[in-house]
Design a protein around this ligand. Sequence first.
Ligand code: HEM
Length: 431
Amino acid sequence: MLELDDIQGLLLKQMRMPCGRYSFLTFRRPDDGRGFLSRVVHQVAVADPGSGASGSCVFLALTCNGLRVLGIDEAALSSFAEPFRAGMPARAEQLGDHGASHPDHWVGGLASPDLHALLMLVATDPTERARRIEEHQSLLAACPGVGILSELDVALPASGREHFGYQDGISKVYVEGTGIEPPPGNGPAAKPGEFVLGYPDETGSVPTLPQPEWLSRNGTYLAYRQLYQDVAAFREFLRQHASTPDEEELLAAKLMGRWRSGAPLVLAPQQDNPELVADPQRNNNFDYGQMDPRGLACPIGAHIRRVNPRDTINNMLRRRLIRTGLPYGPPLPEHSPDDGVDRGLAIFFGCANLERQFEFVQKEWINAPKFQGLDHDKDPITGDHDGTYNMTIQKKPLKKTLRSLPRFTTVKGGAYIFLPGLQALRLLAKG
Ligand code: HEM
């Protein structure tokens, strides 16, 4: 039985709230952190579907340094996962965070060892969001020992699409015990231990919990990424490699594996079919091995095929990530040149094992030039391109190779954080 009344609802609740704010916090002294936790813990929303039906939700996650400041000793911390202890900046090489994406260039204090906590607020509308922000401002004013390193406002643009123009949030992970049944095409629900600590994973056993157990049980590791999107460069690339607006759309679909409407290429290979997207029984009901083994519909190197190769690999359920996040920054109006404004996606990837899940996907599937028969390509949307790699589009009679892809996304910040259960937050607050 999943303890849904203790597990934070960020990943399992499957809510889609369109706006919010992420606050990156530092605790000056242990008591400051504890005081803040005790004030905020009752606001934190749990995964129980019967709870928190209001217009906004708050979640709280802590870095390893945050746990240290709150009094967790070194022996206990050493039982947490290595990437979490090291912190995301120390994993730059594994993650492909070099050049402009290197932690030396990160913004908002995210690369700083002083980053201790992340307070996430999501809301159904801007009014509710403003109300909760005000509430948090007075809460923080009452905790002078808690500093704000930075804040990021996030919101889905009016188009309902992320900045490159795609509908997002279609393919989801369904977890056994949440009471949410996977629609067709999603395969069986994943074992909870792939995402929440203290439960059986796909091997059937419960991995050893980090110590103390009261802290780690019902918790989840999160990889947070703030990814700048170079919208002008992306649009220019489409224009350069297509001769009509329809061809541009097809190319955008080939890079992603879904049309910008969200319709999957495997089910709609020639023409967009927006009706498909609205139907949850159909919009994710496909695989690759059976339906498109050679990549003639959805290229083998398309973003969604790389990050979830579905039935073309064994044990896919051991590599899954639960994604949640929102765009930040204003949309770039159509036909505008680059305006120099920061915009992108601020996204959380939840999993139980950062190395096996998040880091593997990032390193072996997004950034590795060799992938399922490709040998000089990277993920076209979010690979760490340097202008020397390709995107191959399988086609009859001859494949098409787009050469020298530019980098369309740059990492502006990131963090490995731990999302504890509610009881753990309460005990941390007591010290
Ligand atoms: C700015 C960068 C990114 C953009 C614009 C982007 C956009 C998208 C879009 C539009 C989809 C399709 C919607 C859906 O299937 O729900 C998608 C799916 C997905 N993305 Fe990304 N993404 C980005 C970065 C990443 C990164 C860095 C990762 C992993 C480390 C990732 C992992 C996934 C996964 C796992 C899926 C679901 C694929 C499936 O199950 O078929 N994405 N992304």
